[in-house]
Structure formats: C-alpha cells, structure tokens
Design a binder for this molecule. Structure first.
Ligand code: ADP
Ligand code: MG
Length: 694
C-alpha cells in the first residue's frame, strides 16, 4: 500500500479499528450511539475502554488524557499513566470504562467567567464519542466536553454539541415537511482554511514582542511588501515545502484530512485547508492542526505564527469557515439540486441562512471578536466589522425575480413558482470571485471569512448553528400549520427575501462607500471587540440561546466576561512588552547611535571639513528620541493608572480607548527611529529579515 494510505489515521481509534477490535455487538451498539449522537451506555464503555487501551499500548502509548477545550481557545490535557500496582512490586496497565467516559478535572486555574468559584474548582470531562480518540506523543487523547458539577459548560465543545443538536432538530422538522423521511439526522459540516506565517526561529528568539505577544509591536515596513503579488500561489521554497510535507504526514497520522497547501498573499504567509467534516470533529482537528503546526515548525528551525496580525502593512491571517448542512443520507442541504422539489428545499434552507445572518449580525461579529482579530477586520485584507452576505449576481437576481414575481432575465428566462419550477442554473464558478465579503455563498456552502487565525472555530459555529436553527424553527412552525404547503412555502420564501435582502451585498466590502451604504441600510457595525462582545447578553440573544438550550444566561455572561477579560489582559501584556522593549532596548540603542554620530560629526569638523549632514542627523535623532521618550512615559502612565475594579467591560473599554492609542504613538516614534538608525545598532531583527529570510 502507498505510504499515505498506509499511514492515514494510523494513530486514530477510528471506525475500522473499532470494527476489528470490538466484539460485534459492542461495535454495533457503539456505532449506533455515535450515529444517533447519544450518550454512551456505561456497560459498553468498559469493553470499549479496554480495547482502546490495548490498541494504544501496542502503539506505544503509556498515558491517557481527557483532551478538552477550555474557554481560552487552547486545548487542555492532564496525563495519567495506565499503570495499576499489583503484587510483587509490579504494575499492569489498565483503563476502565469509568475512566474513559468521565474524568474529574481540578481546573481551578482555567477561566470560568464566574461559573465556578475556586473553592468548588472541580468540574468533570465527558467523552464525545462522535470524535475519535487518537494518540499524540505516547498519550491516548480522548476528545471530551468539560462541565461544572452544576452542568454548566466550561468549555467550547459542550455548546458546539448542543448547537448541533438544535440545528438537527429543526432541520429534520423541515425535511419531514418535504417528505424526506429517510433523512433522520442533519449535521453541520465545516472545512476551516488555516492561514499562518513561518519565520526563522533564530530571529523569533530575538524579539520579545513575538515571544510574549505573538505579533510584532514595533517594526518599520520592509522595502518590499506584498505589492507585486508574487507570493500568493508562488513556488513553495524548499524549506517551507519540507515543513509542509512533515505537517501533512503528522496530520494524516491523527486522521486530519489535510488537503490543500499553498503560499498566501503576504511574504512568509501560507495556508492549509482540510477536507470538511462534521463540525465538532472539524473543530477538534483544527485545534490539533494549530498545535502540530507549531511543533513541526520547531523541528525545521522555524517558528509558526498564528496571530491575526503579526506584521503591520501586510495581510494578517484568518480562518475561512466553510459551512453547510448535510443529512445522514449524504445530501448537502445547500446544494441547489436539479428538480423543482429540490430547488424549493434549497431555497428554503438558503433563505433560512439569509434570515439568520440578518437577524443576528451582532452575534456573528461577537463570535469572531478578539484583540488580535481587531487589527485584521476592516483592514484592506479582511472583511470589515460589518456582516453581510455575498450571493453572486445570478443568484441575487433570481431571488429578486422571485420576490417581485417577475421573470428572471439572466442567462435563462424563467417564470418561476417555488415548488413547481426548477431554479435556473446559475454558474457556480462565478459565485466565488468576491473575496472581500465576510459571508459568501460559494455554490453549495457558505464561507464565513471573519474568523481569526488563532481562534477556536467553535464560537463562530455555535452561533451559526443556533441562528440557523432559529430561522428553521420559525419556518417549521409556520409551515407545519399551513393548509396548502406549496403556497405557504412560496409565500414564506418570498417574504423572507423581502424582509432580509438588506443583508445581501455583492460589491467590494473594502470600500468606504460600502461602510456608508451599510449604515444607510441599518446594518450593525461593531468595530472593536469591546463593542461586539457585550452583544452576547442582549435580551434577544439570551432568548435565542435559551430557546435552543445551547447556552444559559449565566453561560453567556461567562463567555462575554472571559472575552472582555482576555482582551484587556492581552493588551496589557502587549503594552508591558512595548515598554520593556522601548526602555531597555530601543532607547539605549538609539542614544548610543546618536552619541556616536555626534562624535563622528565632531571628528569631521576637527579635521576642518564642512559637514552639515552629521549635525542634521543628530538633531533629527535627538528630537525623535525625545518624542519616543515622552510616548514611553505616557504609556507607562496609562498602564499605571489602569483603574482597578472588577467590571470586565469598563476595563476592556479603558484598554481600548486609552492604552491602544498610547501604544500606537509609541510605535510610531520607534518605527521612525528604526528608519534613521544604523542597522548594526538596532536591537532586534527588522521586518526585511523576518519576512524574507527563509
Ligand atoms: P477556496 O480557497 O477557494 O475558498 P478551498 O478549496 O481552499 O477553496 O477550500 C474550500 C473548503 O471548503 C475546503 O476545506 C472544503 O473541504 C470545504 N467544503 C467543501 N464542501 C463543503 C461542505 N459541503 N461543507 C463544508 N465545507 C465544505
Ligand atoms: Mg476560501
């Protein structure tokens, strides 16, 4: 067998391993649990645990962990060895069903946003059997959800699983109305494209900002950026290719369907896209991908930057979240289909998304809010902080024709009644040309492009699944009570298009005209995370999440507070890093250089030569370094004066309104000094080295 086929999923306790290793009855029962998304029977668990342990031990594992995703966007693990002591001072390796299904986690240092006080720090972890266990460096990892003993979600997986259930419930109601009784389960599918930068590890080690903040906080632009467009899809350099090759191999071993690799727009920027899978698995796999990217980079003397905006002046990194819904019979619900019946069903699901995005623009924006992503959204590289939908001209014209009851005058002329006529064919390949839209229909799925590169994809998909579930709930309520299904369906689709078409925008999202137009349309504009995160606890949003049993009011409050709190903490770390670099590296280096230039000027004058440029340089340097010094003092002051208090919103607001501008000023004078200073004096590697040395 070829290498790839032989090694794909080699470290995954996947379906074929289960079939091989589990008794037939156990396998069938487990499979049913997985397919129906149900809880695992404890009796099955011990048989499964034992088989899993034997398999893992054969593959060199010594430990197991309940691998979970706390609310700070990373993954958490605590390893336990399989050993149990037996007579004679020896050990055997054991793993019980109880240990597989449920673990205790004393995770008092993980953020809970007030859901759990430290004196009752314990929570529990529960296996998500729909996501396969896998081995990572001698540890059997069991993908789990993490809850408090009160049952409150303390992680990113629990609400994701609940939102999948909500979407399933409502989508199945709709499918029943269309007579699709064979489809008993609907799952959201996601393919997240992951962008990243690779830089020389040796250079990374010399910059405190990269080490502490994951992004550069100083840096004048290099003479060349991305203006030639020569990096995007360019030939991949040998060293980067070696990294990508090993990355793929590592990802394949743990079952990640790594598919596409290419150079991205900015110098040193790249992308990896997997084949889509069900969303909870896509989310687990994306977390694994980010972790493995960092590890593999190290082995190649490189550092992988996942920050949303590592370098000013060139594109930052995002994560394109391709999303659709699929039935257990393998049917993509956003596929236009080729019968009048399928067309009608497609239109209903399509308009459910349009309505959802329009009704909950604020939540979608909040779901991608982070300090890092604020630097990217609204720059000329990523969608603005205004959510809108791109449908493509053809599909938009079709919807307009439906709404006005007129004839579609596109490539084909059709007079359409929903449920009677088929949708005119609209060319799929022209639907994906607008790369500026935050939320684009790309033929048979939507691509949500606002996610930050370092974020978990969970938040965005929790929102997406839940808001679409809400549209479908309203649709099902209306249609289930209709006496004439077909005419009710027609009316509903037409009305939904009419009510929500303001969210559709096919033009260039990067222009100022669009910002004005969006305002005219009354679309919601939330520029910063501090504006966006409080939306989580708006009355209408609490109602939404409670209706679908995805998040309770206290769970929402905890998410909002953790978001704001980490926003403030990140900015504080960045500000302190800037202070350290400016005071202990930049200031002394520039003063040394200025002194040396002053001495050089004096020496020149001493031999009787006329030289105006020396003194001119010295006075420019002196003036700019004075500016730097006053900017530095100002930043130190605003950090020192950060009001104490425990309201996360006012703290985050202070960081945004007062600290960020002081950071920007300090950066400006430092970057000017960088362009004036002999590079041999500059205390850390500059953009030209960081971006162009591999
Ligand atoms: P592009 O860069 O043009 O957006 P890519 O091919 O790089 O396109 O990425 C497309 C992504 O969309 C892939 O991850 C792919 O698996 C995913 N995708 C395709 N079909 C679906 C679907 N039905 N549901 C979710 N994701 C999908
Ligand atoms: Mg894409």
């Amino acid at each position: 067998m070829a290498f790839v086929e032989e090694n794909f999923g080699i470290n995954v306790f996947n379906d074929s391993v289960m079939r091989q290793r589990l008794p037939r009855e156990t396998y069938k029962a487990l499979h049913k649990t997985i397919d129906d998304g149900r809880r695992l029977d404890p009796q099955l668990a011990s048989i499964v645990a034992n088989a899993m342990k034997d398999w893992a031990v054969e593959r060199g594992a010594t430990h197991y962990t309940h691998w979970f995703q706390p609310l700070n966007s990373v993954t958490a693990e605590k390893h336990d060895a399989f050993i149990t002591p037996v007579d004679g001072g020896r050990v055997i390796q054991e793993f019980s069903g109880k240990e597989l299904v449920r673990g205790e986690a004393d995770a008092s240092s993980l953020p809970s946003g007030g859901l759990r006080s430290t004196f009752e720090a314990r929570g529990y972890t529960a296996w998500d059997p729909t996501s396969y266990a896998f081995i990572k460096e001698h540890v059997l990892c069991i993908p789990t959800a993490y809850c408090s003993y009160g049952g409150e979600a303390l992680d990113k997986k629990t609400p994701l699983l609940r939102s999948m259930e909500a979407l399933n419930k409502q989508a199945v109601r709709i499918l029943k109305l269309f007579g699709r009784l064979d489809a008993t389960r609907v799952t959201p599918t996601v393919g997240p494209e992951q962008e990243y930068f690779l830089i020389e590890k040796e250079l990374y080690d010399k910059r405190s900002d990269l080490i502490f903040a994951g992004r550069t906080l100083f840096g004048a632009p290099a003479p060349k950026g991305q203006e030639l467009g020569d990096h995007f899809f360019g030939t991949i350099k040998t060293r980067v290719q070696a990294f990508m090759t090993e990355l793929n191999e590592e990802l394949w071993k743990v079952g990640v369907l790594a598919k596409t690799e290419h150079n991205e727009t900015a110098p040193a920027q790249h992308e990896m896209a997997p084949i889509h899978s069900i969303v909870n698995v896509a989310c687990d796999h994306n977390q694994l991908t980010m972790e493995i990217m960092k590890k593999v980079a190290r082995r190649h003397g490189l550092h992988c930057l996942l920050s949303e905006k590592p370098f000013a002046g060139v594109n930052g990194s995002g994560k394109h979240n391709n999303w659709s819904m699929s039935t257990n019979t393998g049917y993509n619900l956003l596929e236009p289909g080729d019968s009048p019946h399928e067309s009608a069903q497609f239109l209903l699901f399509l308009t459910s998304v349009i309505k959802a995005v329009d009704d909950y623009q604020d939540l979608l924006r909040a779901s991608v809010a982070s300090a890092g992503n604020d630097h990217r959204l609204g720059g000329c590289e990523a969608p603005p902080a205004i959510i809108s939908i791109f449908l493509g001209d053809e599909l938009t014209e079709i919807l307009e024709a439906l709404e006005t009851g007129s004839i579609y005058n596109g490539r084909e002329k059709t007079d359409m009644t929903i449920g009677v006529h088929m949708l005119p064919k609209f060319p799929k390949d022209t639907t994906d040309r607008n790369r500026t839209s935050p939320f684009a229909f790309t033929g048979n799925k939507f691509e949500f492009r606002s996610l930050g590169s370092s974020d978990s994809i969970s938040d965005a998909n929790v929102v997406l699944n839940t808001i679409v579930a809400e549209s479908l709930r309203q649709f099902a309520d209306e249609l289930e009570n209709a006496s004439d299904f077909r005419s009710a369906l027609h009316d509903l689709i037409v009305r939904t298009i009419h009510d929500h078409k303001r969210i559709i925008f096919n033009g260039n999202n990067y222009t100022d005209e669009w910002v004005k137009e969006a305002e005219r349309r009354g679309l919601c504009r939330l520029d910063s995370s501090v504006d966006a995160l409080p939306c989580y606890t708006d009355e209408k949003n609490i109602r939404l999440f409670e209706t679908h049993k995805v998040l309770s009011e206290s769970e929402l409050r905890s998410r909002r507070d953790i978001g704001l709190d980490s926003y403030a903490k990140i900015i504080a770390i960045e500000a302190n890093t800037m202070i350290m670099m400016a005071r202990r590296q930049i200031l002394p280096a520039v003063l040394r250089f200025t002194g040396d230039m002053a001495a050089a000027s004096r020496n020149i004058r001493e031999i009787g030569a006329e030289c105006a440029s020396g003194p001119a340089l010295v006075s420019t340097l002196s003036a700019t370094v004075d500016q730097l010094n006053s900017d530095l003092l100002r930043l130190e002051t605003v950090i020192r004066e950060r009001p104490a208090g425990d309201d996360p919103l006012s703290d985050a607001r202070y960081m945004h309104d007062t600290v960020l501008p002081a950071m920007a000023d300090l950066r400006k004078s430092a970057d000017t000094l960088e362009t004036l200073t002999d590079r041999s004096y500059w205390p850390f590697p500059t953009y030209d080295e960081l971006l162009f040395s591999i």
